[in-house]
Design a protein around this ligand. Structure first.
Ligand SMILES: [Zn+2]
Ligand SMILES: [Zn+2]
Length: 838
């Protein structure tokens, strides 16, 4: 006699429905001597892993399964609306590897799209049949498809469907007999037994278990109430059966009497015993975790690693033999080697050594170092510069791609050593950080580019800053008709914008009124709707020398004017200058015009560009220049609805505070075009400090500043950013604004910009902290020449193998950090921040 539960729900996969944990059930199975235990949650597999692992732990044989929702027509409509249908329940158990694959696939299907997932994840009977191999099917509860047809008074249809299941699943199909207090259960059991007998399908007792102990039904009802957002006093749904606890065979015998099923005791025992017939079929184990395959680097990589590490350490510590290596190093190496060898990672380290050595020999950028940013090192954030020590998790900073990225971790170490400052020309003022003397910089010395430790850098060397590379995405032409949501006529060349006009009449209303002695209002009314006295009308006809009909026709025709707007807009230098100008000094009125505000004395060029652009767009002249009477300001307008619509949708984005930014797609264009956007921005909001030969860009839109920074990083300019908080100028409150100072590099090529080292300042041994950050998206190096800390520096073996140059014992870097798989730090630091302004 052997019984195992084949239909059981736990609190992971049947959340807020079942309330017991896998472990709870498993302990019970051990206690009651049930050899197998299934998991069959409603429509979900998320509990299977824990169930499986716990079963293995307690020596119970796990069965992976699901109570799947099945229906024939996924979409049922009623009165044109999707209707929630009754979905049937079917138990699927994994028999073998093929079955596991099919279960995963069916589970995927059930959530694949809104057709399948409607309130619950569902599949069709057809899909189940198509992926039936390796699955054992049980007929589940009263919500099974066969009982459904019985209740629908279509027992024959139920029988047909049953026969289909028999044909598909053959001996891997069993009928579930459930014993509970629900009156209809007897009817269902009777029907299911009838079918089972007709097709010689085994009958198996299942518990549809939802909780561990008798009496926990109330707790379960509470869980359901939480799920349904109901209150205890106002329970909207509860299960009819109050006995869905973890049963043993005796419980079924008791239920048989208590609920008056009156089956023969021997039958009950037989049906319990039949669970063994099912479990005997099951032969499935999760595949063992696959080993990582790393090429072998030598005959015996463990031995090689030990040998190399010892030799490396002798060299690093400059001693004659291993016996001279200080004890603390020996101890650390022993510990690291033991771990690495035990984890089977010797080949990995040797492989990395090989790669790093190759990179060093070939001057390839890619060494690792230690976090060595002193506390005052400036990090560029979306809120201007911050000292690295003040950076918080959650701050948004720039990564190597010029994209904004979130800080997810911050580290610091105490050090006590000499520090050094590397300065550059006119930027020296902005240098305010020190690095450790062993910190390596990417340096161009004559023709060579290589990493040089700070203490060996000389005046006249060049610091290398990598230019941001990105994938170009160029756009050639814009079809403005894509933005013609107004229904204007168009052809291959033009869009014909129909615009209502005041010039509905060729004579001036004032003139008519004066000449014929009729009130202006009266004339206006006549023009608008023909409504006036006959006497006035006649006077108007006389004046215009037209009869009534021709006058009305004339007015109608002139109510609209048609503007010809060139349909195709070329994306070129001029266009990109306009993007920059509009982002700076432009204004777009949603349903009317695009305009540019300029100072007519100083911004002559802006006006030229803008009018040239207008000429390109509009075949007939519809620009309008509005000169301020008192100041030297002008506003130039381009009237075109499609153009406005295009600009608002695709070019300039306004946030809810009316702050502008440029649509990112234009910042992905080739560098040449970014230069023109840059030019447009500088022409609008830039200024030049002649004395220092320095450009500034001021704006109060954080987003536009971000746009500008992205452009600068891509076209290779050096910058500093200052944020000015709200301040009062006289009585006026000025909003926070930003000032970008922009510098040209001393030299540049395709890959780097170069800054000449003009000052080197050393300071004595200092006790300080060094910092390091980790950002969300991995990246490999910084915008300036800092080498980024990498966790590998926590390994003495890696130091011995010259994978990095930091003695972890000297800097107290722990091995455990090296082992942390998730570590992958990287940040972008720009150290040109202006301390005075912050
Ligand atoms: Zn069910
Ligand atoms: Zn169930």
């Amino acid at each position: 006699m052997s019984f195992s539960h084949l239909h059981i729900h736990n609190h992971i996969g049947s959340r807020l429905d079942a309330i017991a944990s896998p472990e709870g059930y498993i302990k019970k199975a051990v206690e009651l001597n049930h050899p197998y235990l299934a998991i069959t949650d409603h429509g979900r597999l998320n509990g299977i892993y824990e169930h499986y692992m716990k079963c293995i732990e307690y020596g119970i044989k796990p069965i992976i399964g699901i109570e799947m929702y099945v229906y024939d027509d996924l979409i049922v409509e009623e009165k044109g609306k999707r209707k929630r249908t009754k979905t049937w329940h079917i138990i699927l158990l994994v028999k073998n590897k093929e079955g596991y694959k099919n279960l995963l696939y069916l589970n995927y299907l059930s959530m694949k799209d809104s057709e399948h997932f409607y309130y619950v994840p569902r599949i069709t009977t057809k899909e189940l049949f198509e992926h039936s191999e390796g699955l054992i099917v049980g007929t589940a509860c009263m919500a099974n498809p066969f009982a459904y047809h019985l209740f629908q008074k279509q027992p024959d249809r139920g029988k047909e469907l049953f026969e289909e299941y028999v044909n598909v699943f053959k001996e891997d199909f069993f009928v579930e007999i459930q014993l509970n207090e629900i009156p209809e259960q007897k009817l269902v059991n009777k029907y299911m037994m009838l079918l089972a007998d007709k097709y010689s399908i085994p009958k198996v007792i299942t518990g549809d278990v939802h909780y561990l102990e008798k009496g926990q039904n109330e707790l379960q009802t509470l869980a359901i109430a939480i799920r349904d957002k109901a209150t205890i006093d106002n329970i909207t749904f509860e299960l009819e059966s109050k006995n869905l606890y973890y049963h043993d065979v005796d419980d079924y015998i008791e239920f048989n009497d208590a609920f008056q099923f009156n089956y023969k005791k021997s039958d009950i025992l037989q049906w319990c015993d039949n669970t063994e017939y099912i479990t005997n079929k099951i032969d499935f184990r999760f595949p063992k975790r696959r080993r990582m395959f790393i090429p072998k680097m030598s005959e015996d990589d463990d031995e090689t690693l030990i040998k190399k590490a010892k030799e490396g350490l002798i060299e690093r510590l400059n001693v004659k033999s291993y016996s001279e290596v200080p004890t603390e190093y020996k101890r650390r190496l022993k510990k690291e080697l033991a771990t690495i060898i035990r984890k089977g990672m010797s080949s990995y380290l040797l492989l990395i050594e090989d790669i790093v050595q190759f990179a060093i020999k070939n001057n390839i950028y890619g060494m690792v170092g230690r976090g060595c940013f002193t506390p005052e090192t400036k990090v560029f954030t979306t809120n201007g510069y911050k000292n690295i020590e003040n950076i918080n998790v959650g701050d948004v900073i720039l990564n190597e791609n010029g994209e904004f990225d979130t800080v997810i971790n911050k580290f610091s170490y105490n050090i006590e050593e000499k520090l050094i400052q590397i300065g550059n020309g006119h930027l020296t003022k902005y240098f305010n950080y020190y690095s450790t003397t062993d910190h390596k910089y990417l340096i161009k010395r004559q023709k060579d580019i290589s990493f040089i430790e700070a203490k060996n850098i000389r005046i006249g060397d060049y610091l290398c800053l990598p230019k941001i590379s990105y994938i170009e995405h160029n756009i050639d032409t814009i079809d403005l008709n894509d933005f013609n949501i107004f229904g204007f006529d168009y052809d291959d060349e033009y869009i014909y914008e129909k615009i209502p006009t005041n010039k509905s009449f060729k004579y001036s209303i004032r003139d008519i009124s004066r000449k014929i002695g009729v009130a202006r209002e009266t004339v206006k009314r006549y023009i608008n709707n023909g409504n006036t006295t006959e006497k006035s009308r006649n006077k108007i006809f006389q004046y215009c020398k037209m009869d009534e009909n021709s006058l009305r026709e004339h007015i109608e025709i002139n109510k609209f004017i048609v503007k010809k707007v060139k349909r195709f807009l070329k994306v070129d230098k001029l266009f990109n200058i306009i993007v920059g100008l509009m982002a700076g000094d432009g204004y777009i009125k949603k349903d009317n015009y695009i305009s540019l505000a300029i100072n007519s004395e100083t911004k002559v060029k802006n006006k030229e560009y803008f009018l040239k652009f207008a000429e390109r767009i509009l075949s007939n002249d519809f620009t309008y220049v509005n000169k301020s009477k008192t100041r030297k300001l002008e506003q130039i307008y381009i009237y075109s609805k499609v153009l406005v619509n295009f600009f608002l949708k695709e070019v300039i984005i306004y946030d809810k505070h009316n702050k502008k930014r440029i649509n990112n797609k234009w910042l992905k264009q080739k560098k040449e075009y970014l230069h023109y956007i840059y030019l447009g921005l500088i022409l609008s909001d830039g200024s030049r400090d002649k004395k220092n030969d320095r450009l500034s860009f001021d704006n109060n839109s954080k987003y536009l500043i971000q746009n500008m920074i992205e452009i600068l990083l891509k076209i290779g300019k050096v910058f500093s950013l200052v944020k000015r908080e709200k301040f009062f100028r006289d009585k006026y409150l000025c909003n926070p604004s930003y000032k970008l100072r922009i510098f040209n590099p001393d030299k540049e090529d395709n890959k780097y910009i170069y800054l000449r080292v003009s000052r080197i300042k050393k300071i004595n041994k200092t006790k300080t902290k060094v910092y390091d950050l980790e950002i969300k998206n991995k990246s490999s190096f910084l915008i300036n020449n800092f080498i980024v800390h990498n966790s590998v520096s926590g390994s003495l073996i890696a130091y011995a193998l010259k994978i990095h140059n930091l003695d972890p014992l000297k800097y107290n870097l722990i091995f455990e950090r090296f082992l942390a798989a998730e570590r992958s730090p990287d940040i972008v630091v720009d150290y040109f921040g202006d301390e005075d302004d912050l």
